[in-house]
Write a new protein. Structure first.
Length: 247
C-alpha cells in the first residue's frame, strides 16, 4: 500500500522546483493531488492544476472550494509557495516588505484558514509548511527572508497547539540548499561557478546539497499517517548544514 493512498492533497507553488517534486511524490504515493500556482507548470504534471495567487483570499477560497466539491474533502495541505527576498532593511520599501510577507507568510495563513473548515468537519488533516533553515540560523544578507520563514515556523507551532484536539497536525519542513533551477542559476552567475559550488558543498557535512525529490520524500512522510504522532515539529532537510553551525 502506498503511503498516501486515498488522500486528497492541495499543494501551493507546485509548478516547479520543490513544489513540483512534492506534487510528483504525492501522486506516486497514491494521493489525488491538486496544485495551485500563479505560473503555468513546466510540462505535463500528474495532478490537477488550478491557477491562483496565495495572497488573494478570493483565489484561495475558490481553489479550496473546487477541491472539496470535486473530491469530497481535503486531507493534506502543503504550503510551499514562497519567494526569495534579499533587501537592505534601511532601504526596503513598505510595498516591498508587504509583498514578501504576503507570499511567504500571509499566503500560508490564508490557505490554512480555508483548508481548516473541511479538516475540522472531518476531524482530521495534515498541514505541512515549507519554511527554511533560515528560520533557525541564517547568514548576512538574508533580510527579510529569514524573518518571514521564522514567522512561518511560529505559525506552525501555534496552529499545531490550537487544532491538535481536532485531529489536525501542523508541521514545518526546513530545506537548506537544494538543487533547484534558482540555485543552479546562482552558481552560473558567480565569477567562478565551479569554485562557488565547491565552496557551498564543502561546508555541508554530507559533502552535497539536497535534491527537490529528497525534500519531497520528507514532506510525504510528514503528511502521511505514518507521522501520526508528529505535530508542531520543524524538520530540517539540509545535508547536515544546520547541525554544523548550530549553537
Amino acid at each position: 500500500m502506498r503511503r498516501l493512498d486515498g488522500k486528497i492533497a492541495l499543494v501551493t507553488g507546485g509548478a516547479r522546483g520543490i513544489g513540483r517534486a512534492i506534487v510528483e511524490k504525492f501522486a506516486a504515493e497514491g494521493a489525488t493531488v491538486t496544485f495551485l500556482d500563479v505560473d503555468e507548470p513546466d510540462g505535463a504534471a500528474p495532478a490537477a492544476f488550478l491557477r491562483g495567487d496565495v495572497t488573494s483570499e478570493a483565489d484561495v477560497a475558490r481553489v479550496v472550494d473546487t477541491v472539496v466539491s470535486r473530491d469530497g474533502r481535503l486531507d493534506v495541505l502543503v504550503n510551499n509557495a514562497g519567494i526569495n527576498a534579499y533587501f537592505d532593511a534601511a532601504a526596503m520599501t513598505v510595498d516591498e516588505w508587504d509583498r514578501v510577507f504576503a507570499v511567504d507568510l500571509k499566503g500560508a495563513w490564508l490557505c490554512t484558514k480555508h483548508a481548516l473548515a473541511p479538516m475540522k468537519a472531518a476531524r482530521r488533516g495534515s498541514i505541512v509548511n515549507i519554511a527554511s533553515i533560515h528560520a533557525t540560523l541564517t547568514i548576512g544578507g538574508m533580510f527579510p527572508y529569514a524573518a518571514a520563514k521564522s514567522g512561518l515556523v511560529g505559525l506552525t507551532r501555534s496552529l499545531a497547539l490550537d487544532y491538535a484536539r481536532l485531529g489536525i497536525r501542523v508541521n514545518a519542513v526546513l530545506p537548506g540548499w537544494t538543487r533547484t533551477r534558482l540555485v543552479e542559476e546562482w552558481f552560473a552567475l558567480q565569477p567562478d561557478p565551479a569554485a562557488a559550488e565547491r565552496g557551498v558543498l564543502d561546508v555541508h557535512p554530507l559533502g552535497r546539497i539536497a535534491t527537490p525529490a529528497e525534500v519531497a520524500n520528507l514532506v510525504a512522510f510528514v503528511a502521511s499517517d505514518e507521522a501520526s504522532a508528529i505535530t508542531g515539529a520543524s524538520l530540517a532537510v539540509d545535508c547536515g548544514l544546520g547541525v554544523q553551525f548550530a549553537t
